[in-house]
Design a binder for this molecule. Sequence first.
Ligand SMILES: [Zn+2]
Length: 154
Amino acid sequence: MQKLKYLVLHCTATPEGREVSSSDIRHWHTDPVSKGGRGWKQVGYTDMIHLDGKVERLVKNNEDANVDPWEITNGVAGKNSVSRHVVYVGGVGKDGKTAKDTRTPQQLKALEEYVKDFHKRFPSVRIVGHNELAAKACPSFDVKKWLKQIGINQ
Ligand SMILES: [Zn+2]
């Protein structure tokens, strides 16, 4: 068990306006490679923020400052044992490939509440975008800039 170091923000990399269910995510991440999945033992995210702002918990978490083995999700290779991952549905334009901040007003509000609550409880845990830990477009917005806008200084 290790100490939590990062809250990593992600997007599902799905087209603007298209809903994604937790069962879709489970299939994409945990189905065997032979069936088109990634073959992971666990999904990539602890929580998922739907288009309507509803926050769905995908993997149990006891909300303490440690990452227990059963809490580990597979969002960023090499960092998962010290991270929690949260994802919003969307992140690419209607063409299905161009990175785009597609957060709906409800998602913006829900994500803001989520990170503020998290930051209050774990002020020393760094909140970052997936793209700050790996060469990716995810989560399709500038997390550092957005955190400043909502008043989180870290
Ligand atoms: Zn990501």
